[in-house]
Design a protein. Structure first.
Length: 307
């Protein structure tokens, strides 16, 4: 099937047309974006510079911070420009690129969070085997698998979307090019795209989520079986608290938006929910790990004292 695209560009309608709200949103999301860059950049720097953080847990945390920077950068700068100057045009190629990178980085994060849950499972349930199981080679392979699965998933969507015909309206009711708003604008059949969205995207969201839930069920069971004191149980579980908080912040809005996806769902609701995991969560993640993690706080204090 040949690409019959007649629309050369799309118009992103953004968050709101009300000027008072535009200024408020611009200030708020600019602050969140800068927090994302500074916070996640600081964690990546700490993980790279401090030998005590050269462990599997912080290796994956460094990957998560890198993901959050790129994930937020995929959508937020364009959204800020729209809030400042009004509706934003985006070329067809640029729209496809934004769609690809959004789903590439988003699905990679979903798989990476499951990998981090597995790391916590091995550390707590099989501590004597931890060094052997989570070897540097294994950690590297798990990280590569996370990034690769996200890339393949996004590539399927971008290729299938590029084959659609867009010959009517070009106003996207969103602040970035997501799949569902684009399917609403397509002139050709979207049955195959919807099948891909319902089956593959739901699987890459639910699959890692199920693995995370199973990991924590084993972790909780192991803690209650092996540790008798309440203090000892809390000390062990506190090593998972930051990761569990990040999982909740990421997965609740993602599950709400993409399982099961439907063209009949409210686009306004989708926009509000998308803001949480594309702009808010990446800014909160470094704060969560900094505030709840003694090792990260200690490493940060040492660097600040030297300066």
């Amino acid at each position: 099937m040949l690409n019959k695209t007649e629309v050369s560009e799309f118009i992103l309608l953004g968050l709101t047309a009300r000027q008072g709200l535009q200024r408020f949103f611009f200030t708020s999301f600019l602050f969140l974006y800068l927090t994302t860059l500074v916070g996640n950049g600081a964690i990546m720097t700490l993980v790279g510079l401090k030998p005590q953080l050269h462990t599997p847990m912080y290796f994956f945390l460094g990957n998560l911070s890198c993901l959050d920077i790129f994930f937020s950068t995929t959508t937020v700068p364009k959204m800020l420009t729209g809030l400042l100057f009004g509706h934003q045009p985006i070329s067809f190629a640029g729209c496809l690129a934004q769609l690809h990178f959004f789903h590439f980085l988003g699905s990679t994060e979903a798989v990476l969070l499951a990998t981090m849950a597995y790391d916590r499972y091995v550390a707590i349930c099989h501590p004597l085997c931890y060094t052997l199981v989570m070897s540097p080679r294994t950690c590297l392979l798990l990280a590569v698998a996370s990034w690769s699965s996200g890339f393949v998933h996004a590539l399927m969507h971008s290729v299938m979307t590029s084959r659609l015909s867009f010959c009517g309206h070009n106003h996207v009711h969103h602040f970035f090019c997501d799949i569902k708003p684009l399917l609403n604008l397509a002139c050709s059949s979207t049955n195959l795209n919807m099948t891909l969205l319902n089956v593959v995207t739901t699987s890459i969201v639910l699959g890692p989520f199920i693995l995370i839930v199973l990991s924590y069920l084993y972790i909780i069971s192991s803690i209650f079986q092996k540790v008798q004191s309440q203090e000892g149980r809390w000390k062990l579980f506190s090593t998972c608290a930051s990761h569990l908080t990040v999982v909740v912040l990421f997965y609740i809005p993602v599950l709400f938006n993409y399982t099961p996806p439907s063209l009949g769902s409210s686009l306004e609701r989708d926009v509000r929910v998308s803001l949480i995991y594309s702009a808010v969560t990446p800014a909160l993640n470094p704060l969560i790990y900094t505030l709840r993690n003694q090792e990260v706080r200690s490493a940060l204090k040492k660097i600040l004292k030297k300066k």
